[in-house]
Design a protein around this ligand. Structure first.
Ligand code: SGN
Ligand code: CA
Length: 531
């Protein structure tokens, strides 16, 4: 089937020809107040974006952003989880400061200052479309429409600003894009600068592809990461996680791999059946036409042990890649709209994700850990006229930096209580000597799904120090230069005393600077002094 995307709202036609820019879009005033189009996906990791990594798939539209603009090669989050990442991004503050530490136990206090509120006050028109996941309704937006919680891929519900919940027919990534383009086309006030947040559910678990993409990648066999069969030696928290592809409990053969087998009632089978029940007869028929032969083949093969695990890995990679294909195409639609409407010259276009993800590294899916795959997040930008940077930017940036950057770009003074720093000098092509040399990270959501222990830590350009705490007391230290996949915990090893003391000091400084109430004890307790 051919994937064609036309607006689903009757009577709305999106122009396919270039329309000259009008009104404030090109005025001197708007040049000082560039528009912001911020596209954030969910769980999209750099290993599955060809601007970062060409091994697995191709993402030509996402790569366009990097090719015409900048690619951050050291972009990180502060707490690798959806709600917390969104709260960090909106407030420019770490989780313990903005109050949203965990998806499961916190709600976002929408009365606190956020960058959309500051932009509104500065005369921007603000809009948010898509996933929100902060458990309270959005504030600071002239227009918003959100999916409840995680949202559904098929025929999803939307909560509208009126308070009504409606169902839109179709596939979520297409619908969010339709709504975003429709807002720019019909509701945007051309006399004002605008800030539009497009928040996709894609590529969140359980990776349901658009029916028109189901056939993609079926002939691909993806390479197993070198550490797929990691045994987690010397890493106690990693031994206790529940995010392993091999585990029938963690990666469910029905829910995650779509193998509905009569009489086989897996833990998450019901959740998957609920999702299928959302589909209309045509969608379901296409779905079954694709998966039924795969199910039959799978049953016939009778796999077990490593061959079953590797089969699950291939299915996981393919499903994820199909969802990325739809996302890439839809981001292309937004870029085309901006280009065709003369908006690119005066718009900052940002593409990022709420965090990275494991694509089989350490044998895992999901995120949460401070290890590289999930602490990192893709970040590429197309810059408005007047910003000279081009190509790669290597400085370490974090999602708490987005809010100050957007305010700085809009000419709004960055509030002193924001903990992130403006990336504007980097966008101008500058490389300030005093740029931060260390990042702070704190993951709070435990006990919870996937069983990743609470931990905090610091990462500099070479080393990473992590402390897992709560019902565990474990330290880890990695040399990212000699061990980029973090397989060798060198904490406590002879010869590491100096590095450990230096990283401990960085941790101490970060926890004091950011005023984290959950911190390591200082001075360092006696039992740790013999490091
Ligand atoms: C859901 C998923 C988890 C995932 C969390 C958080 N389970 O609970 O696998 O880690 O979301 O993801 S599921 O059975 O509902 O699919 S986050 O990106 O929203 O933080
Ligand atoms: Ca996420």
């Amino acid at each position: 089937m051919n994937c064609r995307y036309l607006p689903i709202i009757p009577g709305v036609a999106i122009s396919l020809v270039a329309i000259p820019a009008t009104g404030a879009d090109k005025s001197t005033d708007s040049a000082r107040h560039p528009n912001i189009v911020y596209i954030m996906t969910d769980d999209h990791t750099a290993q599955m974006m060809s601007a970062y990594d060409t091994r697995n798939i191709s993402t030509p539209n996402l790569d366009r952003i990097a090719a015409d603009g900048v690619r951050f090669t050291n972009s990180f989050v502060a707490n690798s989880l959806s709600g917390p990442s969104r709260a960090c991004m909106l407030t420019g503050k770490h989780s313990h400061t903005n109050g949203f530490r965990s998806n499961e136990t916190d709600v976002f206090d929408g009365s606190q200052p956020t960058f959309p509120k500051y932009l509104q006050r500065a005369g921007y028109q603000t809009a948010l479309i898509g996933k929100w996941h902060l458990h309270t309704l959005p504030t600071g937006f002239d227009h918003w429409e959100i999916v409840p919680g995680q949202g559904d891929y098929y025929n999803p519900q939307f909560i509208e600003q009126t308070g009504d919940t409606i169902v839109r027919h179709g596939y979520l990534t297409n619908i969010i894009t339709d709504q975003a383009i429709d807002w720019m086309e019909r509701e945007r006030d051309p006399r004002k600068p605008f800030c539009l947040l497009i928040h996709h559910k894609a590529i969140h678990r359980n990776w349901l592809a658009d029916t028109c993409d189901l056939e993609l990648y079926e002939d691909r066999t993806f390479d197993l990461p070198d550490n797929f069969y990691d045994k987690y030696e010397g890493r106690v928290a990693a031994q206790q996680q529940e995010m392993s592809i091999a585990s029938a409990h963690d990666m469910d053969i029905a829910y995650d791999n779509k193998m509905l087998i009569p009489g086989e009632n897996t833990r998450l089978r019901g959740s998957y059946e609920n999702m299928l029940s959302r589909m209309d007869p045509e969608q379901l028929a296409r779905w079954n036409a694709h998966y039924d032969p795969i199910i039959a083949e799978f049953r016939e093969a009778g796999l077990s042990g490593d061959s079953l695990t590797e089969w699950k890995f291939q299915r996981y990679m393919r499903d994820y890649a199909k969802v990325v294909a739809s996302l890439d195409r839809n981001v292309g639609r937004v870029l085309d709209y901006l280009r065709d409407n003369g908006l690119l010259d005066n718009t900052l276009v940002v593409y990022t994700s709420d965090q990275g993800f494991y694509m089989g590294e350490h044998g895992w899916f999901d995120k949460r850990f401070m290890y590289e795959e999930s602490m990192r997040t893709p970040l590429v930008m197309m810059l408005p006229e007047g910003y000279e940077a081009k190509g790669d930017i290597g400085e370490m940036v974090q999602n708490i930096d987005y809010a100050p950057t957007f305010l700085d770009l809009a000419g709004v003074e960055v509030p002193s209580d924001m903990q992130g720093v403006s990336m504007l000098p980097l966008l101008k092509g500058e490389h300030p000597d005093e740029w931060r040399d260390c990042l702070y990270y704190h993951f709070h959501e435990y006990p919870a799904e996937h069983a990743v222990k609470r931990h905090y830590g610091v990462r500099d350009s070479r080393y990473k120090l992590i402390h897992f705490y709560n019902d565990i007391d474990e330290w880890e230290l990695y040399d990212l230069q000699s061990d980029p996949t973090e397989m060798k915990n060198i904490y406590g090893q002879p010869g590491m005393e100096e590095v450990t003391a230096r990283m401990m000091e960085k941790l101490r400084q970060a926890q004091i600077e950011y005023d984290d109430p959950v911190r390591f004890e200082y001075p360092i307790p006696e039992k740790y002094n013999n490091l």
